[in-house]
Design a protein around this ligand. Sequence first.
Ligand SMILES: C[S@@+](CC[C@H](N)C(=O)[O-])C[C@H]1O[C@@H](n2cnc3c(N)ncnc32)[C@H](O)[C@@H]1O
Length: 303
Amino acid sequence: MAYSGINLVFHHGSMFHHESTTSLAKPVRLCASSHLLSATCPVTSACKPLCRRCSCKTKRLVVRCCSISEFVVSSDANYGNKQVISLTPRLYDYLLKNVREPEILRQLRVETASMRGSQMQVSPDQAQLLAMLVQILGAERCIEVGVYTGYSSLAIALVLPESGRLVACERDAKSLDVAKKYYQLAGVSHKVDVKLGLAADSLESLIMNGEVGSYDFAFIDAEKRMTAKYFEMLLQLVRVGGLIVIDNVLWHGKVVDPLVSDSKTNSIRNFNQRLIGDKRVSISMVPIGDGMTICRKIQNYIS
Ligand SMILES: C[S@@+](CC[C@H](N)C(=O)[O-])C[C@H]1O[C@@H](n2cnc3c(N)ncnc32)[C@H](O)[C@@H]1O
């Protein structure tokens, strides 16, 4: 359906769903079929507007008081008349209600919520997408760079087959203890090969160990200034047709803020910029969570 392409990004750069964003309730004008009429061209009963979506001659204008126009990013002809929207806290709550989060992941999320750094954890909708990608690929061998307390890695391990293996790279032993507890509780410890230490060293060992081209799926969610390095190493380790997913590519909206030029933001900007021209992978930047780019290693890439 032409109109179903709704794109979701965080409202006003807000990435945490617990942050409330003030939305002024504005009356919006809808056509007889409840399509939103242009917010930029005020509709009066005199101008008899046409609805661009259904081309109905609008006989009955409904003025509804809600905040729809507050989160419309684009609805003009440049985008094929698709209405692109951003997330509001209310809409994000709705989205989360439509996520199937396994009970063990919910428990881990609740336990992590009181811990330092809990905002680093991927969101339930992100974890669900990662798990689905792993399932679509039929992945058996996965790598995660940046485990923290294990939310995303557990989501992946849960959907791996019994013979599957996830190499989980993390430098912080304390948060890994929580992750390992949950692997145990979920009965997936046998699928997870925990590598405590610097991720670049762990990836280097895998390369030196002759495991090049033997992985199906990798997820990067660690030190942002190292993303480009991890990506290069993972591109060696992942097979043709395999996926590398990178988290935080929108970096709380800072990537588009000209006033921000810290080293992490610049690293992410540079990485995103280089990726557009990287012929070794096909890419899709997805505005979920803090932004994730999905890269697929293409057929004719020779390492
Ligand atoms: C954003 S968190 C990962 C969140 C995790 N994916 C989740 O969903 O819970 C980043 C993690 O990367 C780890 N990390 C940062 N730099 C690292 C490095 N150089 N080597 C290994 N781990 C690193 C941090 O200790 C932190 O736990």
